[in-house]
Design a protein around this ligand. Structure first.
Ligand code: HEM
Length: 368
């Protein structure tokens, strides 16, 4: 371990340079107990895939479908229906509906429309960039869902308020704001759909906005940083705009938005020869898979032309992200629209406090 290492894997999410730390974690055993965090760690491609593929490693602790602080609230009612937060058979149908609807999206059209929206909202200051990297993907998603442009800013604001209920770091004012936002989103979706639909469908439509929100903002923000920190990248993309998708793929591997997810053992399980009792929490270090040197040569280097490999920052197995292509497409369009305007802007940055999402917060003036 080096002196500059993050103090533990949760601190790596917002650490200035966690890449080598993740590479070394990926070299170690795929599954190990971390006494400091009092949980198991799944690392590297093998550890991450094995845990996410295991039927008895569940997304929620047994007997706690909804976090205690959300029980009996509007946010809790939505949370209980989200396919992302459930393993039960009841969620098979909404899950298939989502996957099939998202699978039919015309990505070339989404690219064009997002490019247009992003060109209409070029951020000309650090403060605008901080908002725009959240708003633009949400505007694009609201457009796809059929909302009129006049509704997009309000929907984006409610979504940002709603996602606060999903973070363990939120305070009571943020949780109260999330409840109001949840009620408003439910109402707006009911109005959009015009005829009664099951609560599970409504919740998962809201889930499309909430799943888009922070992760895609992080991808856009980290791509803005790559343009500033990777020598020659901007010029390479200018001379060959066909490289934008590869650029966003490499950001998703090298400096991803989502660094970890969690699983809980539903019974005694054995993974790769390690026996885990029931009720254990496993912190699945998705970002360490992106820095696994046995899969990605020189993982600390930012290289556009890498062999295509699964992007484990989008998960794996039955909860793998169905929005991956959409997120990559929307983020590429935003960056394409904004790159020239951002090139000369003096920007410093830090990271938004979070235990799993790496989202830069930009500041005027200083270049960090
Ligand atoms: C950079 C952007 C994104 C990243 C990094 C990301 C990452 C992830 C990850 C890691 C998971 C799996 C979580 C787990 O297994 O514990 C997931 C699930 C999910 N994502 Fe994304 N996501 C992104 C954007 C989106 C977008 C734009 C949408 C909406 C279209 C979306 C919709 C979903 C849904 C519905 C699930 C739950 C799938 C299930 O449980 O069956 N995501 N995402």
């Amino acid at each position: 371990m080096s002196l500059d290492d993050p103090v533990h894997p949760l601190a790596a999410v917002t650490h200035a340079a966690p890449h080598d730390y993740y590479r070394r974690l990926a070299e170690g055993p795929p599954l190990r107990f971390d006494a400091r965090l009092d949980c198991w760690l799944a690392t590297g491609t093998a550890g991450v895939q094995a845990v996410l593929a295991h039927a008895d490693c569940r997304v929620r602790p047994l007997g706690m479908a909804v976090p205690e602080n959300l029980a009996g609230t509007s946010c809790g009612a939505i949370f209980a229906e989200l396919v992302r937060m459930n393993d039960g058979v009841r969620h098979t149908q909404p899950k298939q509906m989502l996957a099939s609807a998202l699978g039919q999206v015309d990505l070339a059209r989404v690219h064009q429309s997002t490019l247009q929206i992003a060109c209409d909202h070029i951020p000309l200051s650090a403060a605008r960039l901080n908002d725009a990297m959240f708003e633009l993907p949400l505007f694009a998603m609201a457009d796809l869902l059929g909302f009129a442009p006049t509704q997009w800013p309000q929907l984006a604001a409610w979504t940002r308020d709603f996602v606060a209920c999903l973070s363990p770091l939120s305070n009571s004012a943020q949780l109260a704001g999330a409840q109001l936002a949840a009620a408003s989103l439910l109402q707006r979706f009911k109005f959009l759909l015009r005829e009664p639909v099951p609560d599970s469908l409504l919740a998962n439509l809201i889930g499309l906005l909430s799943q888009t929100c922070e992760a895609t903002a992080g991808l856009v923000g980290n791509a803005v940083l790559a343009l500033r920190t990777q020598a020659g990248l901007q010029a390479q993309l200018r001379s060959d705009p066909g490289l934008w998708p590869a650029m966003l793929r490499e950001v998703s591997r090298h400096d991803p938005a989502i660094h970890n997810t969690r699983r809980y053992t539903a019974c005694a399980v054995e993974i790769g020869g390690v026996a885990l009792p029931p009720g254990q929490m496993i912190l699945v270090l998705l970002a360490s898979a992106g820095h696994d040197a046995s899969v990605h040569a020189e993982p600390g280097d930012f290289v556009l032309q890498r062999p295509v490999s699964p992007m484990l920052t989008y998960g794996h197995g039955r909860h793998a992200c169905p929005g991956q292509q959409l997120a990559q497409t929307m983020a590429a369009a935003c960056l394409q629209a904004w790159a020239d305007a951002l090139a000369g802007m003096p920007l410093g940055w830090r990271y938004q406090p979070s235990l799993n999402a790496r989202i830069p917060v930009f500041m005027e003036g200083a270049t960090a």
